[in-house]
Design a protein around this ligand. Structure first.
Ligand code: ADP
Length: 452
């Protein structure tokens, strides 16, 4: 049978990276540009204060205008998505702002200006405005301390007073820069915490969806067994029904034909039938449960018997099953139910492969052994084996040669994934004497070591 095409969902194409937004004047405004474009008119409107404080003046207006324009133009040309551009524009705004402020103090009276006492505030305000860029604030601090000292010195004040003011501006700048760096650290720690929380949540969601996927595959395997399960339950139900009819006749008839021993035998048979139905349903329910996924040391013999109990429903009509697991085989570290699911997948596949051949001479064998430090489990059948084009694609997701009502193409792909989760390998090959062989290898289980 030729393999069906791989569904488009399995073919992943590289998606182009989203283009970085470009800085366009009046284009998309981020929070930083918006803030600056509000700041620019605010700076210009401060001319009103200048008029109140020192009266109208051309130079004060010109300085306010230059200051506002430097902020507005820099905001328009800044690329908020490029760190170097932001750093460059911030340095420009801080330098231009500081020089404009020094000029404003100069034209409004120098060391006697109403604005002179605001010198230490300029670097402090810049530290608050740009907490992520202490360098620009430091630059402004240096300019302002030199400006304050220069104006005092130029007005003939003692050098000590100049030095005092310069020192005060520098101190305020250092304190502001330190506060900004602490703020940055706290912000970084908060971001890292948020990222870590998001990463942990994503991993938890992934683990849940992994479990759901494995669970659906398990249910799909059980669905494939539905016909065999119905047949297996039908037999005891049929003779339970016949026994009940017999008992009803016996109870209602005037003369009892059956002896007490015969009646006891019929009850025993009926109870055995009910037990058998209960056992099948119990096995299926136990298998389909979603259990805790903590790997523990598992004896392969137990895992095999879990899978065989269910697989027998399917295999007994198509093949003879032989199991040979040496009792002294060391345990493997795995989730028992998951490993049983893997084995059940392989056994159901073997049953499907042998179906056309008929029960006569059909065989499935499960063989366990120790090879060096690896526990090896082989599941073999004497069916048609794997044609080359099937063998090369066996473990691809959604690859199946079965009809849609029978195959999902997930069994072997998921089985390999699960085996690898427990540090093992799953390989397929054709047997020399004909038929398929699936080979599972595990490191010897050691509860002190976790599987990858
Ligand atoms: P599915 O059983 O749903 O088709 P699997 O991933 O379990 O999906 O199997 C993929 C294909 O591998 C099957 O469709 C079948 O062609 C092939 N295959 C698996 N086991 C055997 C086997 N024992 N003998 C022959 N072919 C097999």
């Amino acid at each position: 049978m030729s393999p069906p095409p791989v569904p488009p969902s399995t073919v992943r194409q590289a998606r182009p990276l989203p283009a970085r937004p470009r800085a366009v004047p009046f284009g998309r405004w981020g929070p930083r540009r918006k803030m600056l474009l509000v700041l620019a008119p605010a700076l210009l409107s401060q001319y009103g204060l200048d008029v109140l404080a020192v009266g109208p003046g051309v130079w004060t207006f010109v300085i306010r205008l230059v200051w506002a324009l430097s902020v507005a133009l820099s905001a328009l040309w800044m690329d908020e998505h490029s760190a170097p551009s932001v750093r460059l524009h911030t340095a420009f705004q801080c330098t231009a702002g500081s020089l404009c402020f020094i000029a404003l103090v100069f034209v409004t009276g120098g060391s006697g200006s109403v604005y002179f006492n605001l010198f230490p505030c300029i670097p402090l305000v810049l530290c608050l405005l740009y907490p992520q860029d202490s360098l620009s604030a430091t630059l402004s601090g240096a300019l302002c301390s030199a400006g304050a000292a220069g104006l005092l010195w130029g007005a003939g004040h003692p050098v000590t007073q100049s030095l005092l003011w310069a020192g005060m501006v520098v101190t305020v700048t250092v304190v502001g820069a330190y506060g900004a760096s602490e703020f940055r650290k706290a912000q970084r720690a908060e971001n890292e915490g948020r990222l870590e929380r998001a990463r942990r949540e994503a991993l938890e969601t992934l683990a849940i969806s992994e479990r759901r996927r494995a669970h659906s595959e398990k249910l799909a395997t059980i669905g494939q067994l539905a016909a065999s399960v119905m047949h297996e339950i039908n037999n005891p139900v049929a003779f339970i029904g016949a026994n009940l009819d017999f008992l009803e006749r016996e109870v209602l008839s005037e003369q009892r034909a059956a002896s007490r021993e015969e009646l006891a035998e019929v009850f025993r048979e009926t109870r055995t039938g009910v037990e058998r139905v209960r056992q099948i349903i119990g096995d299926l329910r136990g298998f389909s449960r979603m259990d805790a996924e903590v790997p523990t040391e598992c004896a392969l013999a137990d895992v095999v018997s879990d899978a065989v109990r269910i697989a027998r429903l399917r295999l007994q009509h198509v093949a003879r099953l032989e199991v040979d697991i040496p009792a002294e085989l060391p345990p493997v570290l795995a989730v028992r139910r998951r490993l049983a699911q893997v084995l059940l997948n392989l056994l159901v596949n073997a049953g499907d492969a042998l179906e056309a051949r008929g029960r006569e001479g059909s065989e499935v064998r499960i063989l366990g052994g120790l090879e060096g430090s690896r526990v090896v489990l082989r599941v073999e059948d004497n069916g048609p084996g794997f044609p080359p084009h099937v063998l090369s694609r066996l473990f691809e997701t959604f690859f199946t040669t079965k009809g849609p009502e029978k195959g999902t193409g997930l069994g072997l792909a998921l089985s390999r994934e699960m085996v690898e989760q427990f540090g093992g390998t799953l390989r397929a090959e054709n047997r020399e004497e004909g038929g398929a062989r699936l080979r599972l290898e595990f490191p010897v289980g050691d509860s002190t070591r976790s599987p990858s």
